[in-house]
Design a protein around this ligand. Structure first.
Ligand SMILES: Cc1cc2nc3c(=O)[nH]c(=O)nc-3n(C[C@H](O)[C@H](O)[C@H](O)COP(=O)(O)O)c2cc1C
Ligand SMILES: [Fe+2]
Ligand SMILES: [Fe+2]
Length: 398
């Protein structure tokens, strides 16, 4: 169990989940995930900042009670209603009958809908910019809709320089003893941040940008997110990652994703990769769409500037795992990519190219080049693949 003072009067009461295989039923958790919750103990009043997934409720309540040592909390601030944070609200409400739930108008509607807490006297409804005075500390509420649901908000405690940011700046990865970035190796969390952002928040880039604008006057000492480490010395780096990803600004490098049943399309992928390497591209990620989990393909597609997708023709359409990937990228409004495609067929020469062109039109991407192969690879296809690689590499450097 984690109980820790982060800075004067601000405590961690979150939990680790090393049991759940897939977050939201879809996204693998090889390093687990933390559901972070906090406690703000002012001289006049005390607030719980979010709860945790219901599966971890006992550990959470234990952490709160050990931190409070017999005192009752006055408020529960709800930054986000996704059940990974709101799941324990009914238990908190039952345990502390005088506690007020702080949220905006949309939060209140969702609590009633999900958890049937219908007594209006239990809610304090806040608007953007409202403040609650806790004595030696104040909580300033900023509404940040769609980071990641419409009710999402953040709280800033100016006296301590602490921003409670909800899912923003969060990442997968349970906390292995260390809580603040100063006391742990952040390598795994940085990689998991790309995956968390692209998988979970990726669709809402413009709302992340709006939230960052709103925060531009705030210079927090600590960012307390709902997943992953508390950010302190790495705030600039973490904000930079979220800023770049939400502007769909890719890093140098190319992701190649292909779908192949019998290996022919895969050979074209290998040829393109070799061509990219010869053109000086060092970061090349290759995913066989039948083998890689969607989560990692989406993450790399977001992360790197170049994206090359290939597919065998399958029953007069794209190979299904590739089709699913393109749909996922479209849902997330992926843009600003140097995009190229390749494909293979035996009797329908135009299907893959046409479907990739349709994807590009829908996504607002320009197709830099396309290589189509009939059946097996030959010298002409190899040359075309190298030429495509050279074109993509040149475009990346331009
Ligand atoms: C189950 C299956 C369905 C296919 N459907 C089509 C099709 O509808 N149109 C077509 O031109 N080729 C079709 N093909 C042929 C493949 O697209 C073509 O042989 C390609 O080279 C296979 O590439 P791969 O070795 O990377 O799987 C199909 C092949 C299989 C095995
Ligand atoms: Fe969420
Ligand atoms: Fe979350």
């Amino acid at each position: 169990m984690n109980i820790r003072e982060i800075t004067s009067g601000i405590y961690y009461t979150g939990v680790n989940d090393r049991v759940t295989d897939k977050f939201e039923g879809m996204w693998p958790l090889p390093h687990g995930v933390s559901y972070n919750a906090y406690l703000v103990r002012g001289s006049k009043s005390t607030a719980l900042m979010d709860t945790v997934e219901i599966t971890e409720v006992h550990e959470y309540l234990d952490a709160v009670e050990r931190t409070l040592q017999g005192a009752a909390p006055d408020y529960l601030v709800v930054h986000h209603m996704e059940p990974d944070h709101s799941g324990s609200i009914p238990e908190v409400v039952r345990r502390w009958p005088d506690l007020k739930i702080v949220g905006n108008a949309q939060t209140v509607g969702m609590i009633k809908g999900f958890y049937h807490v219908d007594d209006d006297s239990r809610f304090v409804t806040v608007k953007d910019g409202d403040i609650i005075d806790m004595g030696d500390m104040t909580m300033l509420f900023r509404l940040t809709p769609m980071v990641h649901w419409p009710e999402t908000m953040m709280t800033y405690v100016a006296e301590r320089g602490v921003l409670f940011s909800g899912d923003a700046f969060g990442c997968f990865g349970a906390l292995n003893g260390g809580l603040i970035d100063t006391e742990l190796d952040t390598t795994v969390y940085r990689d998991e941040m790309y995956r968390y952002y692209s998988n979970i928040v990726g669709k809402y880039g413009r709302f992340v940008q709006q939230a960052m604008q709103k925060l531009s006057g705030v210079t927090p000492e600590y960012i307390c997110t709902t997943h992953g480490p508390v950010w302190h010395e790495k705030i600039a780096e973490v904000m930079g990652i979220y800023d770049r990803l939400s502007r769909y600004e890719g890093e140098d490098g190319v992701t190649i994703i292909y779908g192949s049943m019998y290996g022919n399309t895969a050979e074209v992928a290998e040829e393109i990769a070799r061509g990219l390497a010869e053109a000086g591209v060092k970061k090349i990620k290759i995913h066989n769409a039948s083998h890689s989990d969607m989560s990692y393909m989406i993450s790399d597609a977001f992360r790197y500037k170049g994206l090359i997708v290939g597919s065998a023709t399958y029953s007069m359409t794209l190979f299904p795992p590739v089709k699913a990937l393109l749909t996922a990228l479209q849902v997330r409004e992926v843009k600003n990519k140097v995009f190229a495609g390749f494909g293979s067929y035996t009797w329908a020469a135009n299907v893959v190219k046409k479907e990739m062109e349709d994807f590009c039109t829908a996504a607002g991407l320009e197709m830099q080049g396309f290589v189509m192969m009939k059946q097996g690879i030959d010298e002409d296809v190899r040359n075309a693949a190298r030429a495509l690689a050279a074109e993509v590499a040149a475009k990346l450097n331009s």
